[in-house]
Design a protein around this ligand. Sequence first.
Ligand code: NAP
Length: 252
Amino acid sequence: MAETLSLENRVAIVTGGSRGIGRAVALELAARGAAVVVNYNSSPGKAEEVVKAIQAGGGKAAAFQADVSTFEAAQNLVKFAVETFGDLHILVNNAGITRDMVIMMMPEADWDAVINTNLKSTFNCSKAAVKHMMRKRYGRIINIASVAGQMGNPGQTNYSASKAGQIGFTKALAREVAARKINVNAVAPGFVETEILDAMPEGTLEAALKLVPLARTAQPEEIGYAVAFLASDQAAYITGQVLGVDGGMAMM
Ligand code: NAP
């Protein structure tokens, strides 16, 4: 029997792997044997720390700067992974930002920044990765969406739209590439303890936690476990799904 959730001999890209959830995902995939490209945009030091932590544990990792909201940078990221580690099996589209504001006050630039960073990046990186995965007839694409894309959040029309967009993208691409044994799924976290929560207006988190049956926030590692499962051979029959890791907040 295959070792449970082993990712030995797999190569993974984690976008936005320098901090928060992406960092935890990168560490978890590496702990299970994958070589990991830790993508970052503006935090080279933090990305290097993640790489060093993986290498200290005997794993393989490399950092790569790319603003994945731009098409060309995403192509370069995939090229780097294949050139550095010889293959690409797992893509985790995790990079994301918030620019919260009620619609009446939301600048057009904040709509564009959130859609481009969260949703267009998912298209950019998936398109580049799928080209490689189709030839190899194997792949796992895991998109980090959000309960905001399932339930909607006031003050987050841009963010909720980007996350709902990722969910639609997940389902459409899963149908497109299933015949090539490429599985595409989304993980929809609830409230996870990362820097992104610092941007929430005071009192919002406390109020929101009243909607969480498990009555607590998640640790980033808890998202990492879900991603590692979906990346593994044990999840071979799962595609086009949205796995909520949200303490029961959105029961779809
Ligand atoms: P975070 O701590 O703010 O980290 C964001 C990560 O995204 C950083 O590594 C950052 O890299 C990277 N990033 C941002 N823009 C990028 C770009 N243009 N190109 C490449 N990388 C970019 O956020 P987080 O909480 O871990 O969130 C990670 C993902 O989970 C996001 O998609 C978010 O929407 C989703 N999520 C989070 C929560 C939560 O409660 N935390 C809940 C649901 C969903 P640099 O620092 O190098 O710029």
